[in-house]
Design a protein around this ligand. Sequence first.
Ligand SMILES: NC(=O)c1ccc[n+]([C@@H]2O[C@H](COP(=O)([O-])OP(=O)(O)OC[C@H]3O[C@@H](n4cnc5c(N)ncnc54)[C@H](OP(=O)(O)O)[C@@H]3O)[C@@H](O)[C@H]2O)c1
Length: 116
Amino acid sequence: MKLLVLGAAGQIGHELCRRVWPADYRIAGVDRAEVDITRQEAVADALRQERPDIVINAAAYTAVDRAESEPDVAWAVNAAGPGHLAVRPPVFRWSTSRPITCSTAAKKRPIARMIR
Ligand SMILES: NC(=O)c1ccc[n+]([C@@H]2O[C@H](COP(=O)([O-])OP(=O)(O)OC[C@H]3O[C@@H](n4cnc5c(N)ncnc54)[C@H](OP(=O)(O)O)[C@@H]3O)[C@@H](O)[C@H]2O)c1
C-alpha cells in the first residue's frame, strides 16, 4: 500500500511521514517545492509518478489572519488545490479509495482512524 502525502513539510504532513506505519505501507512525502497543489499539472504528474493507493493532502493555506487580504491565494490552496486531486490520471488505482484532505481543526475523526 503506497501513501502519498502532500504538504509533507507542514505540521500534519510531517507527523504523517514520520509515524510508524504497518510494514506493507510505503510513504512518499512531497513538500510545496516538489508539488505545488495549486498547479493541476504538478499534482497530476506526482500522481502519475508515485502511483499511490492513498493520497493525503496536508497542504494548506493556514495564515487565517491574512486570508481576507489574500483571498485568491487562500482559495487556490484550500479549495482549488484539493479539487485537483479529484482529476485522476488513468493509471491511478482509485476504484474504491478516495483522496483524503485535511481541513479545519473541527474534524470529528482523527486522520489515523480514517485510513486504517
Ligand atoms: N495542526 C493541527 O493540529 C491541525 C488540526 C486539525 C486540522 N488541521 C488542518 O490540517 C491542514 C494542515 O495543517 P498544518 O497545521 O499541518 O499546517 P502547516 O503546518 O501550516 O502546513 C501547511 C503546509 O502546506 C504547505 N503549502 C502551502 N501552500 C502550498 C501549496 N500551494 N502547495 C503545496 N503545499 C503548500 C505549506 O508549505 P510552506 O511551508 O512552504 O508554506 C506547509 O508545509 C490544515 O487544513 C489545517 O486546518 C491541522
